[in-house]
Ligand binder design. Structure first.
Ligand code: MEV
Length: 290
């Protein structure tokens, strides 16, 4: 029998990561790059070839779909999304898995249900996800997202500027940066709450800048968001250098994207994204047009 298939997309957080876990809005973009999952029933007694992490994700997706947890699936995954760099590879995998297993069972899921179930799977990768990654991984375009039960999100009907992604060269663990920041914020809410609120204000101002196509202002807002995230302790020296290099190389603004602690930055080119990519490559960074 042919395998059942499911696709999940990567994401790029334009503004508001981390603060979104603490009740503020965020803006994210669905990437074309993603993860393709194939699923078929495993023959009784056949050994599992998947990694332990993937087996855990399959078990979580099986449970999220309300299926008998004894059900065994053979799963293969392929895709072009760099892993563990803040571009949503775990949420893309979760969405692909939920979709493929649902298809295997002859079920069709709407996007909201897909995102909700995939977010359950995400919890095994990083403890308290806001849901933004799973939502972006199951949608298209630019979204405004607010965490909650249920989360509130809407698609932003704006022209998406060309964006450049550059990699710091270090992998990151979203669970660690989210957990560390939550712990610090829990100890000193009087210090962190105003910072999260300020990031929320930047996200609101960023939305207006997007609606008005005010790219210089959007760039400024991105760089300010990076400074606040750095203050929160989720940046690294390499990410800070990369942000500075991107701005020196002609970006209107730049910031870390995703969980930080390694991973990637997103930069808003002043003119041609290809020129910014070439300038960053000349300085030794891996960069590409998003
Ligand atoms: C990770 O891509 C985004 C964070 O805000 C965590 C989350 O929202 O789940 C850091």
């Amino acid at each position: 029998m042919n395998p059942a298939r499911g696709v999940g997309h990567g994401k790029l957080i334009l503004l508001g990561e981390h603060a979104v876990v603490h009740g503020q809005p965020a803006i994210a973009l669905t990437l074309r790059e993603g993860v393709r999952v194939r699923v078929r029933a495993r023959e009784p007694g056949a050994p599992a070839s998947e990694t332990e992490e993937l087996r855990g994700a399959v078990a979580a997706a099986t449970a999220a779909l309300g299926l008998d947890e004894e059900r065994a699936f053979e799963v293969s995954v392929e895709g072009e999304l760099p892993v563990a760099v803040g571009l949503g590879s775990s949420a893309a995998l979760a969405v692909g898995l939920v979709r493929a297993i649902a298809a295997h069972e002859g079920r069709r899921l709407d996007r909201e249900t897909t995102a909700r179930l995939a977010n359950e799977v995400e919890k095994i990768f990083h403890g308290t996800p806001s849901g933004i990654d799973a939502t972006a991984a199951s949608q298209e375009g630019l979204i405004w997202f607010e965490a909650g039960r249920p989360p509130r999100w809407e698609r932003l009907d704006v022209v998406v500027p060309a964006l450049v992604v550059a990699l710091s060269g270090a992998r990151h663990h979203t669970g660690e940066t989210v957990g560390g920041l939550s712990e610090r914020a829990g100890r000193h809410p009087e210090v962190y709450r105003p910072i999260f609120a300020a990031i929320g204000e930047l996200v609101r101002a960023g939305r207006t800048a997007l609606e008005q196509r005010d790219w210089p202002l959007l760039g400024e807002i991105m760089t300010m968001d990076h400074a606040l995230l750095r203050g929160c302790g989720v940046s690294t020296p390499a990410l800070d250098r990369l942000v500075e290099d991107a701005r020196d190389a002609g970006a209107l603004g730049a910031k870390l994207t995703g969980g930080g602690g390694g991973g990637a930055i997103v930069a808003l080119p002043a003119d041609s994204p290809e020129t910014l990519v070439a300038n960053l490559r000349e300085r030794g960074w891996t960069a590409f047009v998003a």
